[in-house]
Design a protein around this ligand. Structure first.
Ligand code: FMN
Length: 373
């Protein structure tokens, strides 16, 4: 039975354990470029013992950004800005990954500490949001999206493929596509936000088309030997969300097209982020683990999930029970870059300090302050 610290090999990549840092926007980029903040933020988690470190959602075009401070991969300078961080992550035994995004209806918003809502109309950053249909997200996102034309759809697919090529050139070894959290791809999949009457809407096949075609275009650019994951919004905790059977079928389509792992998350298509979303079981540990387990069982696809995974015993049980192959940690990693080391202590493993680089581990033998507390 696999546990948390068992290595995992996918194609040419071997992860040293099952702990990944989930992508987290830092709202700290200028012109979409990676900088010293990202080096320390991402590099620190590689030092801390994570196996996979996924850089935040990087926009595939300027208007694909949510905020002006998002990272991007729509030009070569942005790819070059990632090289130093990528090299540092590798030097410290972790696999560098990045997520690609199109923010869709959320486009043109302020970063969290600047308001966390759409810029007012007429502001230089109030770029036009787009979506499968002209359905406003609402709440802090009042600007109506423009319904995408076929030409917009095709351009977006080319943008994703080109960004994947830049991620490859920058040296990333893991690519994740952001198909959740009310971003553009999720909006195509969800019947709440997609009311199109052409080939990209309506039936399951229609609503899945944008997601599958984009994945195929990306897969052609991304080396066969390197893994790709998709972060899919499976649950919205809404009565009118897409049924779980559709997500299972969609994962089967992705699998047939060369997907390596599905990262199960929420859709956030209704009940938006800044609302309290009362139906979401916010208080529960690892509340998407069973959904991930069901998808794994039905599709035989490797799975991961995040949300409220704090306790290493919980993470270990999820992996041991075969619900997920990897845990993706968000806020736990913000709180503690050395989470894998501390997890090894809490699980009572021999030589937990070996989860850290030699510059630290040599000195930490028998020095278990956290465990003793
Ligand atoms: C500051 C912040 C930024 C985030 N940005 C992204 C992102 O760029 N892409 C993404 O898929 N999820 C993003 N998320 C969600 C996290 O990846 C993660 O799934 C979520 O926080 C739940 O895991 P946790 O309970 O361990 O925090 C973000 C979360 C936080 C807290």
């Amino acid at each position: 039975v696999a546990n948390f610290f068992s290595p995992l090999t996918i194609k040419d990549i071997t992860l040293r354990n099952r702990v990944a840092m989930s992508p987290m926007c830092q709202y700290s980029a200028q012109d979409g470029l990676m900088n010293d903040w990202h080096l320390v933020h991402l590099g620190g988690r590689a030092v801390g013992g994570s196996a996979l470190v996924i850089a935040e959602a990087a926009a595939v075009s300027p208007n694909a950004r949510a905020t002006p401070e998002d990272m991007g991969l729509w030009n070569d300078a942005q790819a070059e800005s990632c090289e130093r961080t990528v090299a540092f992550i590798k030097q410290n035994g972790a696999v560098p990954g990045i997520q690609l995004q199109h923010a869709g209806r959320m486009g043109g918003m302020q970063s969290p500490w600047n308001g966390n809502k759409h810029y007012p109309d007429g502001h230089e950053h109030a770029w036009e949001p787009v979506g499968p249909s002209a359905i406003t997200l609402g709440g802090p996102f009042p600007r109506p999206p423009r319904e995408m034309l076929l030409s917009d759809i095709q351009q977006t697919q080319r943008d994703f493929a080109a960004a994947a090529g830049r991620a490859r050139d920058a040296g990333f070894q893991w690519l994740e596509l952001h198909y959740g959290h009310s971003y553009l791809m999720q909006n195509f999949f969800s019947p709440i936000s997609n009311k199109r009457t052409d080939a990209y809407g309506g039936s399951f096949e229609g609503r899945a088309r944008m997601l599958v075609e984009t994945f195929k275009a990306v897969r052609e650019e991304w080396p066969e030997s390197l893994p790709i994951s998709i972060r899919l919004g499976v649950r919205d905790y809404q009565a009118d969300e897409q049924p779980i059977e559709e997500s299972i079928e969609l994962v089967r389509l992705f699998k047939a097209a060369g997907l390596d792992l599905i990262d199960v998350t929420m859709g956030f298509n209704a009940n938006h982020v800044s609302d309290s979303k009362p139906n979401v079981p916010w208080g529960d540990d690892a509340f998407l683990a069973d959904t991930a387990g069901l998808i794994r069982e039905q599709t035989d696809m490797l799975t991961a999930t995040s949300w409220n995974i704090r306790d290493p015993h919980v993470a270990n049980r999820m992996i041991g029970a075969g619900k997920v192959d990897m845990v993706m940690l968000g806020r736990s990693m913000l709180a503690d870059p050395y989470w894998p080391y501390h997890a090894a202590q809490q699980l009572g493993l021999d030589k937990p300090q070996d989860k850290l680089p030699k510059q630290y581990s040599v000195w930490l033998h028998g020095h278990e302050i956290i465990k003793a507390q």
